[in-house]
Write a protein of this length. Structure first.
Length: 599
């Protein structure tokens, strides 16, 4: 259907907002997606509030984007695509439409499909005025293709971000405290100030490369920029020393810090929208011999909530975790060093149980991500708002679940145990090397062993290992010595009789007698590293009868760990070995993050 045909059809169908709502509902019911009651309720809402029937059913979570698109395609005789691949977009056509216009109207020019026609992805095929504007800009006939708004925006951000010279990285002057109602994407801005563009380019590139941290480090003769990607630091840019003060001042202004204070450490926050993603940045400065260094932690608000299966839990662990996080009371502790993914795991647990019938409260330092429907409080030592004081207050707010960012001292530990013993489920973290060590750590904080034994229900130790790039990983045959280092029985391995715990993963295991390793030099998808992303390896200890008895006797952590292993617990190294056998990571990665068991 051409644009002219579409325009004529719309103008003869009475009104855009009333595009045959009854016919729309009939098509949905014929496909089994809708029942009569749901349609009548939606039609009643339409009569009272106006709007299109498809949008109303979407808001009520009755239909999905894809289902609405399919019905619209049938009504208007238009093709439906469920995605637009960036590689299918012709830059010579796509970039003729300004990014602001494309985002506002949820449409983008894709490619020429005939000498005088251009395929245009549209989310709203009835926005004929915008389509007419695009036709005039392109100077060609428009061939509309239906695609969901989210997929169009996702592709717009990816494609326009690659435009060379067509998009300037500019400044955004919203309040640093994050009070602005709507953030402006830095890809949409056109400030010509070189320092502003340079600083924003650092942030944009960091988001594009999935960096978790940006390190801005003055050296004697130059400024070094390094990104931490998948746990490893990589140098990415350098700047002349003459620009150091300007660059540092720009970052401090963005973070709301005092640019005149260079002798004391400062902490601030930047919130920006970068390539369509809402990014929080925690900024920390520290004085040095060659000048202030700045570290920026990037928190992607659109990528916080993961399913427990996606972050690396095996099927057996998932069964136990799902039971633990639905207990009416008790303490579930996650242990591991800084940067091992403990907060991500806790957020995934909260997301799993976050329902309207539960009152969930958290106290964190700081609140890294805001979770819908959950009350979150950041600690502030300057006003004596500590973990313990917030916990004490929370007990008067009728909570069902409480998350404590970290148990650091005896007072916080005592309040957490009191909360669990009075009928609340408590999640928290402790810095120990393994799961069993958390029991002795609480006793070291001054908690009586009988309180530890009666309140704890489960302990989870974790580490992060890099995932192999699925596009370029390579097969190789390991030696018996290599297998032995991670506790894999070489005879069973080469015979193909090893049992691997079931794991939901897109990775396919290697053939019998083989493992995967990273390809030297990698490929374009993984940034020539050989790895792409990270996942967790876990050690899950349940407080059963024997473990409780050992805790009551104040037994050392090694004895507790041996008892847990005898009861079937997989150690961190065992779980890492299982993920090596599944083709997800390498022996080197597992050896790097797990220490030798010393008994």
């Amino acid at each position: 259907m051409s644009l002219e045909d579409l325009t004529n059809e719309v103008t003869t169908e009475v009104a855009i907002e009333d595009l045959s709502a009854t016919r729309f509902g009939q098509l949905a019911m014929q496909r089994g997606w809708l029942d009569r009651k749901q349609l009548d309720e939606a039609l009643e809402v339409q009569r009272e509030e106006g709007g299109r029937i498809g949008e109303i059913l979407l808001r009520r979570h009755v239909l999905t984007d894809e289902q609405v698109l399919e019905i619209l395609g049938t009504q208007l005789d238009l093709p439906v695509h469920f995605e637009v691949k960036p590689e299918d977009c012709d830059p010579e056509v796509t970039f003729l439409v300004p990014i602001n216009f494309a985002k506002q109207h949820r449409m983008m020019a894709v490619r020429r499909v005939q000498p005088r026609g251009v395929e245009v992805a549209v989310a709203d095929p009835l926005d004929v005025h915008a389509l007419d504007d695009v036709r005039r800009v392109l100077g060609a006939e428009i061939i509309p293709v239906l695609v969901s708004s989210s997929k169009i925006l996702e592709t717009i951000n990816k494609v326009y971000a690659r435009q060379e010279g067509g998009v300037d990285l500019g400044d955004s002057e919203d309040e640093m405290g994050g009070e602005a109602e709507e953030l402006v994407d830095i890809l949409d801005l056109t400030d010509e100030a070189p320092i502003i563009r340079w600083v924003n380019s650092i942030m944009f590139q960091a988001v594009k490369e999935r960096a978790s941290d940006i390190h801005i480090e003055p050296r004697e003769k130059e400024l070094i920029i390094r990104y931490r990607i998948d746990g490893e630091l990589r140098e990415t840019k350098r700047a002349n020393r003459n620009y150091i003060n300007s660059i540092l001042s720009r970052v401090k202004i963005m973070a709301g810090l005092n640019i005149a204070e260079k002798r004391l450490p400062q902490d601030g926050r930047i919130r920006r929208k970068i390539a369509g993603k809402d990014i929080d940045m925690r900024v920390a400065t520290a004085p040095g011999v060659n000048g202030e260094r700045i570290t920026i932690r990037l928190l992607d608000r659109s990528n916080v909530l993961h399913d427990l299966a996606d972050i690396g839990f095996g099927e057996d662990h998932l069964v136990v975790i799902n039971e633990l996080i639905r207990r009416p009371h008790g303490i579930v502790l996650v242990t591991g060093p800084t940067g091992s993914g403990k907060t991500t795991t806790l957020y995934a647990c909260l997301a799993k149980i976050n329902t309207p019938d539960l009152n969930i409260l958290t106290v964190e330092d700081p609140v890294e991500y805001q979770l819908e429907g959950i009350t979150q409080v950041p600690v502030n030592s300057k006003i004596e708002l500590t973990f313990a004081s917030v916990l004490r207050s929370y007990l008067r707010h009728d909570p069902d679940v409480i998350m404590v960012g970290e148990i650091r001292d005896g007072e916080t530990a005592a309040m957490a145990i009191q909360a669990s013993l009075t009928g609340h489920l408590v999640f928290s973290t402790v810095h120990t090397n393994d799961a069993a060590g958390a029991i002795t750590r609480l006793v070291d904080m001054g908690i009586e062993p009988f309180l530890v034994a009666s309140s704890l229900v489960g302990l989870l130790a974790q580490r992060l290992v890099r995932r192999l790039c699925i596009e370029c990983r390579q097969l190789y045959k390991p030696t018996a010595e290599e297998l032995q280092k991670v506790g894999i029985d070489s005879a069973s391995f080469f015979a193909g009789t090893l049992r691997i715990p079931p794991l939901r993963s897109k990775y396919t295991p290697p053939p019998t007698g083989m493992l995967y390793t990273a390809r030297e030099g990698g490929c374009g998808k993984c940034g020539k590293i050989g790895y792409h992303g990270r996942m967790g390896i876990y050690e899950l200890l349940l407080m059963d009868g024997e473990i409780r008895q050992l805790a009551l006797k104040n037994t050392d952590s090694n004895t507790i760990k041996r008892a847990a292993v005898q009861h079937g617990m997989r150690t961190l190294r065992d779980d890492g070995a299982a993920k090596v056998l599944a083709g997800i990571t390498t022996l080197e990665e597992v050896l790097l993050v797990t220490a030798e068991d010393r008994e």
